[in-house]
Design a protein around this ligand. Structure first.
Ligand SMILES: [Zn+2]
Length: 291
C-alpha cells in the first residue's frame, strides 16, 4: 500500500497482515450488529461479521519526506518473548525487513524512528536479537519518543517489569543504553512540514504526526483510531486504552478536525488502503477510504 501527501510518500509495511480480535474483547462496548448497515464498507478488510471479530493490521508506516526516511511505529518484531499473546510470541521469518528492502531501503537508511506510543505492538522492530543481545535494528536512526509517554512507562515498568508484555526491557531499554533516544514534545517539528500533536487516552502520552506538504494535510494518528468502526462509533474505546473516556474525547476532536479540514487520517492499524478521510453525516462520521 502506498499513497502520497503532496510530495511526501507513504508506504504501509505490514508486520502482521491480519490480526483478528473478538469485538467485545477488543472494544467492550461494541456491538457489531449496530454496524450491519455498513457491512459492505467494512467487509472484508475491517470486520468479519460471521466471526464477530474486528480485523486490524500490525504495520509500520514509512514516511519519505524532504530527503528523510521516517519509520512510524515498529510493530511486534521478531524473537520477542510475548507468551501472553501467542501470535506475537517469538516470531521468526516475518519478512518485515525484506519488505523494507523491497522499498529500496536497508535498516541503515532509516534516519528517524517515531513511536506514537510505547505499547508492545508499536516498539517491536526497534531492536532485534543478534548473538543473544537486543541491538538497535536501525543503527543510524534517532528514535523519537514522547516525553510524557517515556516517563510513564519508565515508572510503570520500574514497579512491574512484566507490564506491557515486558516490552520495555527488550525494545526500549537497549535504545536508551545506546543513547539513540530523543524525547520529544507536542508541537515540535521533526522534519520539514512534520509536527507532533498530542493524542492522549489510548496511552497517557500518545502523540501523532501532522504532515503538511504542498497544501495536502494528513495526521498519522497511532491508535487514536484503531479501525474504521471507531469512525462510525467513536464512543467504542478499546480495552487496551489507559483512559477510555479521554480516548473518546481525543477521537471525537480528531474526527471533527479531520472532517472540517479534509485531513487524511493515517492510523497505525488500518487494513485495506491504510488511510481515510472523514465526512460528517448529521451528527455521525463516515470514513472515505483512500488518499
Ligand atoms: Zn496498537
Amino acid at each position: 500500500m502506498q499513497f502520497t501527501i503532496g510530495d511526501a510518500r507513504v508506504d504501509v509495511i505490514a508486520d502482521i497482515e491480519c490480526f483478528a480480535l473478538p469485538a467485545k474483547r477488543f472494544m467492550p462496548t461494541a456491538s457489531l450488529e449496530a454496524l450491519l448497515p455498513h457491512r459492505e464498507m467494512l467487509e472484508p478488510d475491517h470486520v468479519d461479521f460471521e466471526q464477530d471479530t474486528i480485523l486490524i493490521g500490525v504495520q509500520a508506516l514509512l514516511l519519505r519526506v524532504a530527503g528523510r526516511n521516517i519509520l512510524v511505529d515498529t510493530c511486534v518484531g521478531e524473537e520477542k518473548p510475548r507468551p501472553a499473546r501467542p501470535e506475537w510470541h517469538a516470531r521468526r521469518a516475518s519478512g518485515f525487513l525484506e519488505k523494507l528492502a523491497a522499498l529500496g531501503l536497508a535498516p541503515e537508511d532509516i534516519d528517524t524512528v517515531f513511536c506514537t506510543h510505547l505499547h508492545a505492538d508499536h516498539v517491536g522492530w526497534n531492536t532485534r536479537l543478534i548473538d543473544g543481545r537486543w541491538v538497535p535494528t536501525f543503527p543510524r536512526a534517532r528514535y523519537l519518543m514522547g516525553k510524557v509517554e517515556l516517563e510513564h512507562w519508565l515508572a510503570r515498568q520500574a514497579e512491574n517489569p512484566g507490564v506491557n508484555h515486558a516490552s520495555f526491557a527488550d525494545s526500549v531499554q537497549p535504545l536508551l543504553e545506546a543513547k539513540l533516544v530523543d524525547t520529544v514534545i507536542d508541537g515540535q517539528e521533526i522534519a520539514p512540514g512534520v509536527t507532533l500533536l498530542p493524542l492522549p487516552g489510548h496511552s497517557p502520552g500518545q502523540m501523532g504526526l501532522r504532515v503538511t506538504r504542498q497544501g495536502e494535510r494528513a495526521v498519522f494518528c497511532g491508535d487514536a483510531i484503531h479501525s474504521p468502526v471507531q469512525i462510525l462509533r467513536p464512543e467504542w474505546s478499546s480495552a487496551f486504552c489507559s483512559d477510555g473516556a479521554e480516548a473518546i474525547r481525543t477521537r471525537l476532536s480528531l474526527l471533527e478536525c479531520a472532517a472540517e479540514e479534509n485531513l487524511l487520517l493515517v492510523p497505525a492499524h488500518f487494513r485495506g488502503c491504510g488511510c481515510a478521510r472523514v465526512r460528517k453525516a448529521g451528527e455521525e462520521f463516515r470514513p472515505l477510504f483512500g488518499a
